[in-house]
Design a protein around this ligand. Sequence first.
Ligand code: SAM
Length: 227
Amino acid sequence: NLSKRLATVASYVPAGARMADIGSDHAYLPAALALQKKISYAVAGEVVKGPYENAVSEIKGHGLTDLIKPRLADGLAAITPADRIDTVVAAGMGGTLIAEILERGKDRLQGVRRLVLQPNVGEGRLRRWLMDNRYQIMAEQIVAEDDHIYEIIVAEPSVVSFRYSDYELMFGPRLLEKKGPVFTAKWRDYIKRQQGVIHQMEQAQKVPVARIAELKQKLALVAEAID
Ligand code: SAM
């Protein structure tokens, strides 16, 4: 059984997909989807040997070797045109790393129609990469699990180019449309932590007053978003 986080990621993998799970670790996600007969093919890409071996044994253990191909590779080097991948998942890594993986593997994204991404941090950076590379954010979810809050971003290539505001990049354009209790909890916690940082800066008297005012202004914006 998948965790709530991975189950949410899984829910955005289209039925019958040919998926690549980059940074697959144990290959839990493709294995679960294959067992539920929701995908027709998967590549489980992993750059570190130990996790790669975990993926190999998970796949063998479930008798899924025909359906899921484990590959020891860096990022999108795990896939080739012959795989005919249409859905790429990258979950459980930082947003900056996910953006780097996409950037370095751009040429492998040709036939890919959907990206399902779950950055642990750095969501704004990742959204900016998507925007700069003509991806449209189709759906977003925010889920709480074991004291962590995770965002899931679903993006698809778009023919038109468009811009998200800094505000949308920070909070997520689709999350802003619905917000909800987990969204509010995330940003309330953010405000609390930032207020602590600002307080320390004021005590130390080393940061320019103008900079502190700027930070306070940004926090006011966040407070407004969850109002
Ligand atoms: N995707 C799974 C999940 O969401 O539960 C596993 C997440 S695990 C925390 C992140 C995995 O990504 C690690 O196993 C790590 O070795 C792998 N990884 C990090 N950078 C990678 C890269 N450039 N290419 C492939 N895998 C990578």
